[in-house]
Design a protein around this ligand. Structure first.
Ligand code: NDP
Length: 251
């Protein structure tokens, strides 16, 4: 195992939506290293998903990959049911699948807005609803929100930022309904993280890097470390929180 931290998630089952690449892949690998059996979902890239599963298995962990477009509610529900059927339970849900279509608001079509809303908000709500049916006391629901869900320093992200604001309040509101079951709901807000969606190289990266206090992009494993903490037993009194991992972008 790559993390010698006492297997804090031993015996737990986690689902990471959008777990085949980028931040989600790092979260899946980290939760598996902490002892969880992990199901990842993906939309298109089956080979990337299978590479994540193989990497986890190589390190002695358990993982499966399920194709389920976050915009397809039936597929999302099916992914939850399949995970429970294979691994027998459901403890952690990380709603990480997300996308952005960067362009000015006035040039964004309604279809593009629908796509971003369907994946980032409706998909997260649908998978959460399906997961809650099976979730036991001590369950964890974690959103990959965004620093722009709170403050927006660059143009071109209007619809995306609105969805991440929605996800933030979704987590805050939901924690009130499931707290009596010992289930926590939290929103992790990454700043600029080097992935296919937001590469650290190129013109678009310059202003984002400059907006951080640490003057650099973050790494996927830096987000995964926070998610692993929130997924684990030591975060038991944290719920409804917006947890920044943004290099000081929103400070
Ligand atoms: P990537 O584009 O690098 O990876 C996205 C992952 O999500 C892939 O595994 C992809 O699989 C999957 N995915 C994409 N669309 C869907 C869909 N419709 N249904 C299911 N899975 C899907 O993105 P990041 O890792 O950068 O982003 C992950 C999350 O983090 C997103 O919610 C994003 O908004 C958020 N975030 C990212 C930041 C950044 O700077 N990178 C900053 C703040 C938040 P496939 O290839 O098969 O489609």
């Amino acid at each position: 195992m790559s993390n010698n931290n006492g297997q804090k998630l031993a015996g737990k089952v986690a689902v990471v939506t959008g777990g085949s690449r980028g931040i989600g892949a790092a979260i899946a690998k980290r939760l598996a290293a902490d002892g969880a059996s992990v199901a990842i979902t993906y939309a298109k890239d089956a080979s990337a998903a299978s590479a994540v599963v193989k990497a986890i298995e190589r390190d002695g962990g358990k993982a499966i990959a399920i194709q389920a477009d976050a915009a397809d509610v039936e597929a999302v529900k099916g992914a939850v049911e399949k995970t429970v059927a294979i691994f027998g339970r459901r403890d952690v849900l990380v709603n990480n699948a997300g996308t952005a279509i960067p362009k000015t608001f006035e040039t964004t079509t309604l279809e593009e807005m629908d796509r971003v809303i369907d994946i980032n908000v409706r998909g997260a709500m649908a998978s959460t609803q399906a997961a809650l049916k099976h979730m036991k006391n001590g369950g964890r629901i974690i959103m990959t929100g965004s620093a722009v869900g709170e403050r927006v320093s660059t143009p071109g992200l209007v619809a995306y930022a609105a969805t991440k604001g929605a996800v933030k309040v979704f987590a805050q509101a939901l924690c009130r309904e499931v707290g009596s079951r010992g289930i926590t709901v939290n929103n992790v807000q990454p700043g600029p993280i080097d992935t296919d969606l937001n590469p650290a190289a190129g013109d678009w990266a310059v202003s984002q890097k400059a907006a951080t206090a640490l003057d650099r992009y973050g790494r996927v494993d830096e987000v995964a470390a926070l998610v692993a903490f929130v997924a684990g037993p030591e975060s038991s009194y944290i719920t409804g929180a917006n947890l920044a991992v943004d290099g000081g972008m929103n400070a």
